[in-house]
Design a protein around this ligand. Structure first.
Ligand SMILES: [Fe+2]
Ligand SMILES: [Fe+2]
Length: 283
């Protein structure tokens, strides 16, 4: 069985290189013929209030032939804190706008003998009613999953690359983490996948692979975000999870035709920043 994780496509209604890369990634995924595909968030280029980007993203991702579930990233629904989303905190309205296009922002899908779980990482520590609803839902996961082996996907990683970075801009926040880990310990989790950091990294935790998926859109090599990512492969691509006999093996995979730009080289991204009234970060 094969599952593909695509992440951080950052699609714009203005078109441009991120859309072209996403289209190439969609064709590549279809060639790999997976059983299931997870998009781990940041479908939209930058502004969680720009519905036209969601429309463009939905249209492009509809080219994926396998069943697809999409999780929200900070650029899709806002986040806790202000950072790069220009004072657009996660809110009920922003969550509703995402759900209107991509369905629920959390899921359990049964794929073969496995459970594939997706959580919305952007609402932890938000204090929104949706956060309480998700906590209650996480408590019910053992009933939904049964004794199946499971994979967990989130936009931001459950654990930050370094303990001092365990905060909502980077990962699940330090306050939410112990409660989440206690609840997740009730499941037979055999692997973790997240996005947000725009690089590929693979570590192991208690025998389970922990994957940071690359973006298909742009690298963050020269940006202020680069110091957050820790060691990893700074290249665009997707992740293939090959599942056999109860074990998960993740592989970095990339089509040859992705165009690798740093974020500040992307015109639609700079246009989106300007439209949001946010100054571009220094290169
Ligand atoms: Fe991203
Ligand atoms: Fe992100």
């Amino acid at each position: 069985m094969k599952i593909i994780q695509i992440s951080d496509t950052h699609i714009s209604h203005r078109g441009g290189v991120t859309n072209e890369n996403a289209a190439r990634a969609v064709s590549f995924i279809n060639e790999l013929a997976p059983d299931f595909v997870v998009h781990s968030g940041d479908v939209a280029i930058l502004d969680p209030d720009e519905d036209r980007d969601r429309v463009a993203a939905k249209r492009l991702l509809a080219g994926i032939e396998a069943p697809l579930r999409v999780l929200p990233g900070n650029h899709d629904v806002g986040e806790v804190g202000t950072r790069f989303t220009g004072n657009r905190p996660v809110s009920s309205d922003r969550l509703a706008a995402f759900r209107a296009h991509f369905g629920d922002d959390r899921f359990v899908e049964i794929v073969g003998d496995w459970a594939v779980i997706g959580l919305n990482s952007e609402i932890f520590e938000s204090g929104l009613p949706e956060e309480d609803e998700q906590w209650a839902w996480i408590e019910r996961l053992p009933e939904m999953v049964g004794d199946r082996p499971a994979l967990l996907f989130t936009h931001k990683p459950v654990r930050a690359p370094r303990p001092e970075l365990q905060r909502p801009a980077v990962s699940v926040g330090a306050e939410a983490l112990p409660r989440l880990e206690e609840l997740l310990a009730r499941l037979d989790l055999r692997g973790y996948g997240s996005g947000h950091l725009h690089h590929y990294a693979l570590i192991e935790r208690e025998g389970a692979p922990v994957v940071s998926a690359p973006s298909t859109a742009f690298l963050a090599r020269s940006s202020a975000g680069a110091d957050l990512t820790g060691p990893g492969l700074v290249q665009l691509g997707v992740v293939e999870y090959v599942i056999d006999d109860g074990a998960v093996r993740p592989f970095f995979r990339a089509p040859v035709d992705l165009v690798e730009n740093d974020l500040l080289q992307i015109d639609p991204l700079l246009s989106a920043l300007a439209a949001m009234g946010v100054e571009a970060p220094a290169a």
